[in-house]
Ligand binder design. Structure first.
Ligand code: FES
Length: 154
């Protein structure tokens, strides 16, 4: 679907498990790495490749926020607003980001540089408040730290 290397990586993931369907999450991750997000056609391809129902694949893509259901900006900011993060200031943090980036949560800046979303617990509650920027966690955030981080991005 995305070239010979992609097919090879998928084959090697599938070969690790007794049942192809067990490779669903890592194969979806490969799709996202290759494409930048997980389009519906890719979900259908994964369903055929792993011999699972397309609805099951779609259920995983929509359940786990690590899978993107639409293209995002170069920098994808996922702000955790679950209990520990909320108690330690994730709401003002999100408002600050909306003001700074001049977008609402769920939107992408017109230049395609930043996307901002709210997500459920990212499992880093002890270092709340935090967000995930692309593949990296940024923890114990303050508004000043966020400003410095955004300004340091190319
Ligand atoms: S509550 Fe934010 S990481 Fe768990």
């Amino acid at each position: 679907m995305y070239g010979a290397d992609f097919e090879k990586r998928v084959d090697s993931l599938v070969a690790r498990y007794p049942q192809p369907k067990a490779a669903l999450l890592p194969v979806l991750w490969e799709v996202q790495r290759a494409h930048g997000w997980v389009p519906l056609e890719a979900e259908e391809w994964v369903a055929r490749r792993l011999n699972v129902a397309p609805s099951h694949v779609h259920g995983c893509v929509t359940f786990y926020t690590m899978y993107k259901q639409r293209p995002t900006g170069k920098y994808h900011i996922q702000v955790c607003t679950t209990l520990s993060c909320m108690l330690r200031g994730s709401d003002p943090l999100l408002e600050h980001l909306e003001k700074k980036l001049k977008i609402k949560t769920g939107e992408t800046t017109p230049d395609g540089k930043f996307s901002l979303v709210r997500v459920e617990c990212l499992g880093s509650c002890g270092t709340a408040p935090m967000f995930q920027l692309n593949d990296d966690y940024h923890e114990n955030l303050t508004l000043e730290k966020v400003d410095g981080l955004l300004e340091s991005l190319p």
